[in-house]
Design a protein around this ligand. Structure first.
Ligand code: FAD
Length: 378
C-alpha cells in the first residue's frame, strides 16, 4: 500500500487526482491538500471581465468535487516539504507520504511593478475581475494599454485586447479609443511560432491595435506607463499580466531549480528526490505556463506514479505544446497549436471564427461538468 499526497487543486492537481483515483487500486491512499479556496476556471476570466459570464458560473468547490471519492481532502496551506523525511508540513498538521505530487501554481508578483496598486488593473484574481468589469462598463474613451511581463502567458492579454476592441466597437466608443498591446517577448506571441505569430499580429494590425514587442514595463504613473528602453505610453487604462514567481517555500524545501521553480526531469519527477513529482505552472521549464500543459503533465505524472508502484511497465515523458483557443470577442476566436518553442515544427491556426468560439465554450463547460475529470488528453 502506498500513500500519495497531492498538493494543489487547480488544473494540474484536480486532473492528477482524478487520474490517480481511476488508475490506483483501492488499497492505495490518496490525500489532496489545498488552500481553502474554490477552483475558478481562469480561462473564462476574460468573459467574466466583459460581463458574459459570472464568477459563480465557473466555480467548483474542491470538497464537493471529491466528496463521493475515496480521496481524503485537507483544506490548508502547505508551508514546507521535508523531502528527506517524506513529510508535508501544513498550517493544519504534518502529513507523511510515500509519493508526493506538487501542483501549486505560481505567485503573481504585482509588487514588482511600481505604481500598479494605484494605476494598474489585471485579470488574474476574482477581486481584480470585479474592478475591471466596472472600469470597462464606465469606459467613455481614451487610451488603453494591455500587456505582459516576464514569464506570464500572453494569452489572456490577447483575449482582453480583442474582446475590448469588439466591445468598444459595439458601444460606439472605439472611435474615441486607442488600444496598445506590449510584451517583453521579442515578438508578439513568440512561443506560437511563425504561423500563429503572424496570425495574431495581423489580426491586431487589421484592427488598428498598436503593438510594442521586446519592452519591459518599469513603472506606472498617473496616466503614463514607463518602459526600460525609454518608451513612455500615455494611458487612461492599463491592464498588466504580471511577472510570475515560484512560491518561496519550494526553494526553502530544497526542490527549486532555475528561478526557484521545481526542478523536474522529462517524466516530471524531481531532479533531487525520486518520490516527488510536480506539474503545471510551478515547474521549471521553458514555455508559456498554460492549463493545457498542467493537465497534460498531470496525466504523465499519474502514469509514472503507477510505474513506480509496479502497475505499468514503462514511463512516459512530458511533451509540452501550445494548444489553446483565443477568444476574440463576439463569435470570433482562433484555435492555435504550436510546439516550435520546444524544437518542433508545428505552428498552426487550423480553426477560426464561430467554430473556434464553440470549442472555447465547450472546453469550459466540459471541465466544469466533469469537475476536472478530463479524459480527452492522453
Ligand atoms: C485570466 C487567465 C486566463 C487563462 N486562460 C487560459 C487558457 O485559455 N488556456 C490555458 O491553457 N491556460 C490559461 N490560463 C493559464 C492557466 O490558468 C494556468 O496555467 C493554470 O491554472 C496552471 O495550473 P496549475 O495547476 O499549475 O496551477 P493553479 O491552477 O494555479 O492551481 C494551483 C493550486 O495550488 C493551490 N496552492 C497554491 N499554494 C498552495 C499551498 N502553499 N498550499 C496548498 N495549496 C496551495 C492553489 O490554491 C490552487 O488550488 C489562464 C490564466 C489566467 C490567469
Amino acid at each position: 500500500m502506498s500513500r500519495i499526497v497531492l498538493v494543489g487543486a487547480g488544473f494540474g492537481g484536480m486532473v492528477a487526482c482524478h487520474s490517480l483515483l481511476r488508475k490506483l487500486p483501492g488499497h492505495h491512499e490518496i490525500l489532496l491538500i489545498t488552500e481553502n479556496k474554490p477552483f475558478y476556471m481562469k480561462a473564462a476570466y476574460p468573459m467574466i471581465a466583459l460581463g458574459e459570464l459570472r464568477l459563480e458560473d465557473v466555480a467548483l468547490s474542491v470538497g464537493e468535487v471529491f466528496h463521493r471519492s475515496r480521496a481524503q481532502i485537507i483544506l490548508g496551506r502547505v508551508t514546507h516539504v521535508d523531502a528527506d523525511g517524506s513529510r508535508v508540513i501544513t498550517e493544519r498538521g504534518v502529513y507523511p507520504y510515500d509519493y508526493l505530487v506538487l501542483a501549486v501554481g505560481v505567485r503573481y508578483a504585482f509588487e514588482r511593478i511600481p505604481g500598479f496598486d494605484r494605476y494598474g488593473q489585471s485579470v488574474k484574481t476574482p477581486e481584480q475581475l470585479l474592478h475591471l468589469q466596472q472600469s470597462i462598463r464606465r469606459w467613455e474613451g481614451g487610451r488603453l494599454l494591455i500587456g505582459a511581463l516576464e514569464n506570464s502567458c500572453e494569452g489572456p492579454g490577447f483575449e482582453m485586447t480583442f474582446k475590448l476592441h469588439h466591445a468598444l466597437k459595439r458601444r460606439h466608443v472605439l472611435s474615441r479609443s486607442e488600444i496598445h498591446f506590449f510584451t517583453d517577448k521579442s515578438e508578439i506571441f513568440q512561443p506560437g511560432g511563425p504561423t500563429a505569430q503572424a496570425y495574431v499580429q495581423n489580426q491586431m494590425k487589421d484592427r488598428g491595435i498598436h503593438t510594442h514587442a521586446g519592452v519591459q514595463l518599469q513603472e506606472l504613473r498617473h496616466h503614463v506607463a514607463l518602459f526600460d528602453n525609454g518608451l513612455q505610453i500615455p494611458a487612461d487604462f492599463v491592464l498588466v499580466l504580471p511577472p510570475y514567481e515560484a512560491p518561496q517555500w519550494i526553494a526553502n524545501s530544497g526542490l527549486g531549480g532555475a528561478q526557484g521553480y521545481i526542478a523536474v526531469d522529462h517524466g516530471l519527477r524531481s531532479r533531487f528526490f525520486s518520490n516527488i513529482y510536480a506539474v503545471g505552472d510551478a515547474i521549471d521549464w521553458k514555455g508559456p505556463k498554460m492549463a493545457h500543459n498542467a493537465m497534460l503533465g498531470a496525466k504523465v505524472v499519474a502514469h509514472n506514479l503507477c510505474y513506480d508502484i509496479g502497475l505499468t511497465t514503462y514511463r512516459k515523458s512530458f511533451h509540452p505544446e501550445v494548444v489553446c483557443v483565443m477568444d476574440m470577442g463576439g463569435r470570433d476566436a482562433a484555435y492555435i497549436e504550436a510546439d516550435t518553442e520546444w524544437g518542433g515544427q508545428r505552428s498552426r491556426v487550423p480553426v477560426t471564427g464561430s467554430t473556434a468560439k464553440f470549442m472555447k465554450e465547450s472546453f469550459i463547460r466540459y471541465f466544469l461538468q466533469t469537475k476536472g475529470d478530463v479524459r480527452y488528453i492522453l
